[in-house]
Design a protein around this ligand. Structure first.
Ligand SMILES: Cc1ncc(COP(=O)(O)O)c(C=O)c1O
Length: 411
């Protein structure tokens, strides 16, 4: 299924916040990697929950049973979104970072002093910080290097995985550079399997742009966050069936012991979870196919093609602006439509502020992906200026961004 500029115009009508203006011009939301806008059916589903089904779970009365049913339906939809055949593999949490901390405590209990965990220089701190606490328990953390072109050094990644490796933590796409790490993930999978290590994939940025397939990735853990793909602020965790039960997670004795509930501490954000189901259905409505999974994959492939086209347009035109430089890989292969630049003589924070005044929302800095920004030597310069393209962005918005960057570069 293709997703065209006309489809984009059509989808824009579904996002009420896109009608907002600043200084008489529509706002260009190019800040999607930090959180996307939310379409009306998702807002409606969340308000509807409060209007009609708001109760705690597992009660012996109809409204509670409605909540149980709705949360179960979200789990089934989320399993389809992640390509998992088993809804029991999907747990919910506050966000990816909090889920990762919870898992890191449980993983630490399963490891012995001298065991090793591999992290990378391309990862967001959410997939580094929790693992970097493990040396307190005698666990060794090793780090795979980033190359100056914004791609992981695969030889170094292979070197870091040893007989003592018990877990490899890696993102599938970088929220700072747009790099897609499928090749690295496949290598990490092969090598980690040989030594009996778990593969822990951060799909937060990836899942916003590409269909996720936990089976093809052969992931032990995979996490993403619905607010990056047009949904509310909820974290999703896939765990390989059987694995969560084997981990000593922090849980109350009153809490369910089985997966997927085992790691879900306290009362969840029910309304937001109901919104996650509506989000997945909204995305799927742009695809074709007999099953929800088929429609999700078809829609996301179409949207990815559209986003890639706009990304190439931005990348190529940016290359013509003297003083502007893209930080990260080119568009010759698979790449997320998230493009970071530096402008000679202009600090990213000043550029973002100036663009903000033009109603163009882009982020400056490191976006919590501090390590890749440090590794590229950009931290002292204030990081980069990041534009993220999603399904509702238009060519006209990219033109406005390019005009703004050109004005800044020629100052
Ligand atoms: C690649 C990546 N990983 C992890 C995170 C953290 O996600 P959350 O906000 O759900 O904790 C982000 C958020 O920006 C991200 O982009």
């Amino acid at each position: 299924m293709t997703f065209t500029a006309a489809d984009c115009e059509r989808c824009r009508r579904d996002f009420p916040s896109l009608a907002r203006t600043f200084n008489g011009r529509p706002i260009a939301y190019l800040d999607g990697p930090a959180g996307t806008q939310v379409p009306e059916p998702v807002i409606e589903a969340m308000s509807d929950y409060y209007r009609t089904a708001n109760a705690n779970t597992h009660g012996e009365f109809p409204v509670s049973r409605d909540t149980d049913r709705l949360l179960h339906e979200t789990r089934v939809a989320a399993a389809a979104f992640l390509g998992s055949p088993d809804w029991r593999s999907v747990s919910f949490g506050q966000n990816m970072t909090t889920l990762t901390y919870s898992l890191s405590y449980a993983v630490a209990r399963a490891l012995e002093p001298g065991d090793e965990v591999v992290i990378t220089q391309i990862d967001h701190e959410a997939n580094r910080g929790p693992w970097l606490n493990l040396p307190e328990r005698g666990i060794v953390v090793r780090e795979a290097a980033l190359r100056p072109d914004g791609r992981l050094d695969l030889d170094d990644l292979a070197r870091q995985i040893t007989k003592r490796t018990r877990l490899v933590a890696l993102n599938l796409a970088s929220n700072a550079l747009g790099t897609v790490n499928l090749e690295a993930a496949a290598l990490a999978r092969r090598l980690s399997k040989e030594v009996g290590a778990w593969l822990f994939l951060d799909a937060v940025h990836y899942a916003a742009h590409f269909p996720v397939d936990v089976v093809a990735l052969d992931a032990d853990f995979l996490l993403c966050s619905a607010y990056k793909f047009y949904g509310p602020h909820v974290g999703l965790l896939y765990t390989r069936p059987g694995l969560l039960e084997a981990l000593r997670v922090d849980r109350l004795r009153t809490q369910e012991e089985e997966a997927p509930w085992r790691i879900e501490t306290g009362t969840l954000n029910h309304a937001a979870l109901v919104g996650v189901k509506a989000t997945i259905e909204y995305l799927a409505s742009w695809g074709t196919g007999a099953t929800l999974r088929e429609r999700i994959v078809s829609a996301m492939e179409g949207i990815a093609g559209y986003e890639h086209g706009l990304g190439v347009y931005y990348y190529e035109n940016m290359g013509r602006i003297p003083g502007a430089a893209v930080q990260g890989p080119d568009f010759s292969g698979v790449r997320a439509p998230t493009v970071s630049i530096t402008i000679e003589g202009v600090r990213p924070i000043d550029a973002a502020r100036a663009l903000g005044e033009r109603g163009v929302q882009v982020w400056d800095g490191h976006f919590y992906a501090l390590r890749p920004i440090e590794a590229l030597g950009l931290a002292e310069r204030g990081g980069v200026l990041r534009a993220g393209i999603v399904m509702y962005n238009t060519r006209e918005e990219i033109d406005r961004l390019l005009e703004g960057v050109e004005a800044l570069a020629s100052q």
